[in-house]
Design a protein around this ligand. Sequence first.
Ligand code: FAD
Length: 449
Amino acid sequence: MYDLIILGGGPAGYVAAERAGHAGLSVLLFETKSMGGVCLNEGCIPTKTLLYSAKMYDHACGAQKYGVTAEQVRFDYAKMVGRKDRVVRRMVAGVDAQMKNSGVTVVKGFASVVGKTSQGVTVGCNETMYEAKNLLIATGSEALVPPIPGIAVAGDRVLTNREVLALTQCPASLVIIGGGVIGMEFASFFNSLGVSVTVIEMLPEILGGLDREIAGQLREMYARKGVTFHLNAKVVRIEGDTVYFEKQGDTASVTGERLLVSVGRRPVVNGFGLETLGLEMERGGIKVDEAMRTNVPGVYAAGDVTGFSLLAHTASREGEVVVDRITGGSAAMNYRAIPGVVYTNPEVAGVGYTEEQAQSMGLDYRLIKLPMAFSGRFVAENDGVNGLCKVLVASDDTVLGVHILGNSSSEIIFGACMAMARAGKLSDLKEVVFPHPTVSEMLREAAFH
Ligand SMILES: Cc1cc2nc3c(=O)[nH]c(=O)nc-3n(C[C@H](O)[C@H](O)[C@H](O)COP(=O)(O)OP(=O)(O)OC[C@H]3O[C@@H](n4cnc5c(N)ncnc54)[C@H](O)[C@@H]3O)c2cc1C
């Protein structure tokens, strides 16, 4: 009898396993593919590795602006992909090692819940039964492929995040259905490499849920770089290499060698015996409370399988909350300060309420809006590019949200997260000495406006 069985070795599962192992629990983790889940194998890490190669190429092509001559700049797609695979292998090996060091037993195979007893939960895998006092379901999510007429017969022309990452040759043209975070990161990558990219988005703006003004500015930047956007456009059918979409009552079409579907993800909740537990569901995922407890005692869920945040850092923190609860703690999820980043070039990073959310909730807020050119370091490193920093504060100066368009924002947003996680005041930043010159000084600057 284990203390904890974990289904899934993604950021929710492996982080929970590591923390539980260190806390002295006996832990058994099942993973049917590679450790690290979507994040390490077909999400965060491979995309960011490829995007970094694209950024290097962008930098080399634009080096002249900085007084550097780089002639005959070329890229080697196969080498970029090879490097991405090496980075993934290294990170996966790191997680394997972490499991060993934490005393976690890992069983490779597809696990199914067999049933619940008064003692705990029974899970079967590779024809063996295992029992534990507690169960953490961390089976993640998978790409949603909508039943668009013609999509099923379009064959390997149609890609999700998984297949696009496995391409060994760069396509000449790419149509992306869905201008969300994943769609825009791939748009950025392929645009840098000179691929003709078209983004078809059903909503009036790309990056739904992010600050609207920043999303619009990023779209305009990419439109100037050659990406074609069709907003308010609904894909209605696919025929060969042609994608038909409806926009303002008219039907239009666009062709592309490849078609990337990035319209969202759905929790993995079917096919592994969850029905035997009688779990309550919500948003297509498993319903949990702030301690990641399901409606069944001793059964927890964390990560994308809850259908909520769909971010790796949320998944890991949720896994930690589960372990804290199992070991007698009182941790609870705090979603107030979950950052979101879009790793385009330039990047976008945000945390907390956007202006649109604050308005729809009727919050009393003050907006501080600064061009990134306030930061000397930003100007030094971003020739010919500006960005935007928006800070929302409540009437008592509590930070409600911070949204930044500009490079380095992914690295500095944690400062805003720290303020927000503690319901801090913007004026607190006046007492903090920031290193100069850094882009992070933008946050401190905002406190004086
Ligand atoms: C292209 C892309 C880019 C992304 N970039 C980012 C990013 O930059 N930052 C970010 O925060 N998030 C990013 N994400 C989201 C991030 O990958 C997910 O939020 C995160 O992986 C969720 O972690 P998880 O542990 O809940 O599930 P997953 O990572 O999905 O892991 C679940 C694991 O469970 C295993 N499993 C499922 N069922 C069973 C079973 N029955 N038995 C055994 N094993 C099973 C699966 O094989 C899988 O490995 C990205 C996603 C994609 C697709």
